[in-house]
Design a protein around this ligand. Structure first.
Ligand SMILES: C[S@@+](CC[C@H](N)C(=O)[O-])C[C@H]1O[C@@H](n2cnc3c(N)ncnc32)[C@H](O)[C@@H]1O
Length: 180
C-alpha cells in the first residue's frame, strides 16, 4: 500500500505535516478508504504548495486537489487549483463545491476554526472527512464538539500526536461525515 510519507519525500517543497508535525501516518489510516479512488480534496492554507503536491502524488490520477490561500504564494502548483481569498467568509463558501476531504491548515485562530467546523461541514460529501490541523491550546475542545451537528458528533474525535515530537499543537480534530 502506498504511504503518504513516500509522496512527502518526493515533493520539492516539504509540508510541515511530515516533520514539524506528525500527521502523515495518521492520514494513512484516515485516507485508507480513499487511496484507491479518485477523490476531491480541498485544503485551506497553501503556503509553499508542499502539501498540495504531496496529495496530488498520493491520490489516484484524476483526483481533484484544490487549495485556498489569501497571500501571494511562491509555489509550483502543477495540476492543482487554488482559490484566492479569505477562506473564512460567506463569499468563499458560495463559490465552493463539495469535497471528499476538507482540511483546515489556515489561520488556526479560534474564530476561524469555529467558522470552518460550523460552515464547511456542508461542503463535505457523505462518507467524507473534515479535518482541522494544529489545534491550539486556547481552543476549547468541548465547545468545538458542540458545534458539530448531533448526527455526526459520535464520529467526531481528536487525534493527539503531541507525544510524538513534543510539539504543543500537534493535534487534529476530525469529523467523519458518516453516511446516514
Ligand atoms: C501553515 S501554512 C499552510 C501549510 C500547507 N498546508 C502545508 O502543509 O504545506 C498556513 C497558510 O494559510 C494561509 N492562511 C492564513 N489565513 C488564511 C485565510 N483566512 N484564508 C486563506 N488562507 C489563509 C497562510 O497565508 C499560509 O500560507
Amino acid at each position: 500500500m502506498k504511504r503518504l510519507r513516500e509522496s512527502w519525500e518526493k515533493s520539492q517543497t516539504k509540508s510541515d505535516k511530515g516533520d514539524v508535525h506528525s500527521y502523515l501516518e495518521v492520514y494513512d489510516l484516515l485516507f485508507a478508504k480513499f487511496a484507491q479512488e479518485k477523490v476531491s480534496l480541498l485544503e485551506i492554507g497553501v503556503f509553499n504548495g508542499g502539501s498540495l503536491a504531496m496529495f496530488k502524488d498520493f491520490f489516484q490520477p484524476g483526483s481533484e486537489i484544490h487549495g485556498i490561500e489569501n497571500q501571494a504564494v511562491n509555489a509550483a502548483l502543477n495540476g492543482v487549483a487554488v482559490f484566492f481569498g479569505n477562506a473564512y467568509t460567506d463569499e468563499m463558501l458560495s463559490v465552493l463545491g463539495e469535497y471528499d476531504i476538507l482540511i483546515d491548515d489556515g489561520s488556526h485562530t479560534v474564530q476561524d476554526v469555529e467558522f470552518f467546523v460550523t460552515w464547511y461541514l456542508d461542503k463535505v460529501k457523505p462518507g467524507g472527512l473534515l479535518i482541522v490541523e494544529d489545534i491550539q491550546p486556547e481552543i476549547n475542545q468541548e465547545n468545538l464538539l458542540k458545534l458539530v451537528p448531533e448526527e455526526y458528533r459520535k464520529s467526531a474525535f481528536f487525534v493527539d500526536c503531541k507525544q510524538s515530537k513534543g510539539r504543543y499543537d500537534d493535534m487534529l480534530f476530525v469529523i467523519h461525515k458518516a453516511v446516514k
